[in-house]
Design a protein around this ligand. Structure first.
Ligand code: NIG
Ligand code: FE
Length: 410
């Protein structure tokens, strides 16, 4: 059984306590089982049971040990980039102006439809390798740049077939926007999603979640409700892109349908926060609010009111939103530092948001997200004395090593 010794500080990120409770252990050791890839023991090294103390061990060099980072919101596979739009926005055009003029998501849809599955997979693998080197061990991947039958299935099949040690969780985002060819008959597109694609995707096990972008340029609350309910009827749990560009009632809808997460929330209203709070109080784990501060930064939007959410008792996750438009970076530690500087989360709160609460946002908090016996041995060593120092002194990459299911991957 492998043993990791000489950990300067371990933070388990176990559930007990609130958003800032990351449960530090000084001078720690970790034991895992290489056969089933699960954690067996974690604690202070001096308390290591004798049976493990004599086993061959690896030396953590006094570094910081964290649960493997979980990026619970990405649009991983897409064709092309949109650097031109980055510059157009800097010159004064808005994200929505560009979308209404046929750019934005529609432009990536054209490039994604034109790309082969092999090309999309090769790019996705390169990105995942880079994410893994940052200490990211699980990635949620959305479709949503195909927007027709063949191309949505193409994206989900790319995710299913990815050869990577990274744990992949797929989300069907056919309801990203209504594609141009359905603009005059959007009901037909919604019928394609609800009556055709959702049943097939669920039957073939191609996705675990169904997501909808609620926005003036995308889907209304009533449309989103119908699509999410159709997903639920086929076993796909709900997620939402909610209240990103204005308050559209997305948070309340997330609470109403029992979504696992409501993502973005830059413009969530006080009422929306109250609904998320009440959903958490009445229904088990409730809705996780997923903050995406890289998108907030690139769109120069107001930050998600993370403090209000946390004070209301709503768990806040942090993810990248990696996509070619609003968030062209997959750097999750950057998102964590931005969650601190833009959303006034403490470094501990931000880390819990990219570990246990991120796991909750993808329904996997019994399996990953914290360093506890029985959970998957997904963890990373960070070259920093503690979490605050790590996120304060932002570096291109502070991750020194990472393991997934007990196997060393970095
Ligand atoms: O999460 N909000 C909608 N979807 C993405 C942006 C997609 C794009 O611009 O290509 C987001 O920000
Ligand atoms: Fe997104």
């Amino acid at each position: 059984m492998p043993v990791l010794k000489n950990v300067g500080l371990a933070v388990t990120c176990a559930a007990a306590g609130g958003q800032d409770a990351i449960h530090p252990i000084r001078r720690a050791a970790l034991v895992w089982n290489s056969d089933d890839g699960r954690i067996v023991w974690i604690g202070e090294e001096h308390a290591l049971p004798a049976a493990y103390a004599s086993m061959p061990h690896e030396d953590a060099g006094g570094r910081l040990l964290i649960p493997g980072l979980i990026d619970c919101h990405t649009h991983l596979a897409f064709g092309g980039w949109r650097a031109d739009e980055f510059e157009r926005r800097l010159r004064g055009e808005s994200y929505l102006d560009i979308a209404r003029a046929g750019g934005g998501i529609a432009s990536t849809v054209r490039a994604t439809r034109a790309a082969t599955a092999e090309a999309l997979a090769a790019r996705a693998r390169t990105t995942l390798d880079a994410m893994m080197r940052l200490g990211v061990t699980t990635v949620e991947c959305k479709s949503g740049y195909g927007l027709d039958r063949d191309n949505e299935l193409k994206l989900l099949e790319v995710y299913r077939d990815l050869e990577t040690p990274v744990r992949i969780v797929s989300t069907f985002l056919g309801a990203h926007v209504v594609p141009a060819e359905y603009r005059e008959r959007r009901q037909d597109y919604i019928a394609l999603l609800c009556d055709d694609l959702i049943p097939e995707i669920a039957r073939r096990g191609l996705a675990s979640f169904c997501d909808v972008f609620v926005e003036d340029t995308a889907f209304s609350i009533a449309e989103a409700r119908a699509i999410l309910r159709a997903g639920q009827a086929h076993g796909l749990r709900s997620k939402l892109h909610a209240d990103q560009l204005h308050d559209g009632g997305g948070a309340a809808l997330a609470a109403e349908v029992g979504a696992v997460s409501a993502d973005h929330l830059e413009h969530v209203s006080d009422d929306g926060i109250a609904r998320l709070r009440d959903a958490g109080a009445s229904a088990g784990a409730g809705v996780v609010a997923v903050s995406l501060p890289i998108a907030t930064l690139y769109l120069q939007a107001p930050p998600m009111p993370a403090r209000h959410l946390i004070e209301a008792g709503v768990p806040v996750a942090v993810a990248t939103d990696f996509n070619p438009g609003s968030a062209p970076s997959y750097h999750l530690p950057l998102a964590l530092t931005l969650a601190c500087t833009m959303q006034r989360m403490t470094p501990s709160e931000a880390l819990k948001g990219a570990t246990l609460y991120a796991a909750r946002a993808i329904g996997l908090d019994q399996e990953i997200g914290s360093l506890e016996p029985g959970k998957s041995a997904d963890f990373a060593l960070i070259d920093a004395a503690d979490v605050t120092t790590w996120l304060y002194h932002f570096q291109p990459n502070a991750c020194a090593a990472a393991w997934i299911r007990g196997q060393r991957v970095v």
